[in-house]
Each structure stands twice: as C-alpha cells, then as structure tokens.
Design a protein around this ligand. Structure first.
Ligand code: PLP
Length: 215
C-alpha cells in the first residue's frame, strides 16, 4: 500500500481488513498487531464477532448489501456503513442510530460499471442521496464506495477508478465531511490507490483464502 501511494504521489491509504467468514480469533490476532478497522458483509455474522471483541476498541464497517429490515441492527452495531445506496436506507439508519453512539459514518455505494448484478446507486443519483444523508444529524456523510467490475483489461478497471475519483472530488467540494473513497481489494489495491482510493478493503491478502460463509 505504501509503495503504491509513494509511486503515485498519493497520501497513504487506510487499510480496512475484511474479516468475513474469519473467526473472531483471526480478527483478534490481527488486532494484536495494531489493525483497528475491520469489514464485515453480513450483519448476523458480524454481531457475534463485535460482541466477542467489544473490549478491543475496534472500528467495524459494514461492506455487504444491507436489507432494510436489518438497518436497525446495523445502525446499532457498526461504526461505518459503506453500502448506502437508496433513500429508504438513509431514513432507517438515521431513525435507529442510538444517540449515545454518536453519528453513524456512511459511504454511498456507487454501481460505477452499471452492472445488473451489483448493488449501488447510479452516479447520477449520488448528489440527491448525499443531500438526504447530510440532512440527518444521526448520520455523517464520509464519501463513496465502489466495487468496480473485474474486467480483464487493466485500462478498463483503471477507468472505473478514475470515474470514482472524479465523482468523489465533486462530492467533497460540496460536502467537506466526505473525505473517504473506498475502493480496491486484494487483487487491485495498488491500482486503486494510484487511482485515488483513500481506503482499501483487503481480505484474502491478509487472512488467506476464505472458507464457506458461516451459518
Ligand atoms: C470480500 C470483499 C472484499 C475483500 O475481497 P478480497 O478479494 O478478499 O480482498 C472487499 N470488498 C467487499 C465489498 C467484499 O465483499
């Protein structure tokens, strides 16, 4: 990560350790080495780990699709929700955020390659969603998140990062709290950092291969 940032003349990016399917022990081992931010895809799976590790001062990010009926639990459990992609979720998260926990940090997920199979809003929808989030004192708009399509051509993947960077710069100009651009995973984080990512979400490169999703 540091090499990629230095080579591109970019500031260092933050590392989000993606711990989905990994047991709490594996999270604890990485936390003992100083890692603070962890990403989970499923509210139910995360609940157990967050409870088990509650004394360690970790920061938990939801990076999986959020169903509206899980918004209440997500607003209570997580420090960040990176997958806000529709107005209904904004209201539900704001309504259920416990005041004692302070504002919930949220990222707007953008479907940057317009894939039918992916969640996320259209780039054109970001502005209205950002305004809705900014109007909720229980939420803090922190920026954008994307999972670009795994095109075989590197130039097409880089083009998606560049479109995200432009969207993020426009958003940050209007909303100074939007300091985060979350993109890049194990296979592409150097290009993502060169392309403007301020946070990369890395799972297998840290923990090794994932097993099946725990039930
Ligand atoms: C699983 C996942 C990651 C991490 O993927 P790796 O290839 O294991 O690094 C990052 N972001 C999201 C949204 C994920 O679901």
């Amino acid at each position: 990560m540091d090499n990629a940032a230095r080579a591109a003349g970019r500031p260092p990016a933050r590392l989000l350790a993606v711990s989905k399917t990994q047991p709490a022990d594996a999270v604890a081992a990485l936390a003992a080495q100083g890692q603070v931010a962890f990403g989970e895809n499923y509210v139910q799976e995360a609940a157990g780990k967050i409870a088990a590790l509650s004394s360690r001062g970790l920061e938990w990010h939801l990076i999986g699709h959020l169903q509206s009926n899980k918004a209440e639990q997500a607003a209570q459990l997580f420090d960040w929700v990176q997958t806000v992609d529709r107005p209904k979720l904004v209201g539900a998260l704001a309504r259920h955020r416990p005041a004692a926990r302070g504002p919930l940090n949220v990222l707007i997920q953008v479907n940057i390659d317009d894939e039918a199979s992916k969640h996320g809003c259209a780039p054109e929808a970001v502005e209205a969603l950002a305004a809705a989030i900014a109007a909720e004192p229980a939420l803090r708009l922190r920026g954008l998140m994307a999972i670009p399509a795994p095109f075989p051509e590197r130039a097409r993947r880089q083009a998606a990062f560049a479109r995200m960077r432009a969207l993020h710069e426009a958003l940050a100009a209007a909303h100074p709290t939007a300091d985060t651009l979350s993109m890049g995973m194990s296979s592409d984080f150097p290009d993502a950092i060169a392309g403007g990512a301020t946070m990369v979400r890395v799972g297998t490169a840290l923990f090794g291969a994932r097993g099946a999703r725990p039930t």
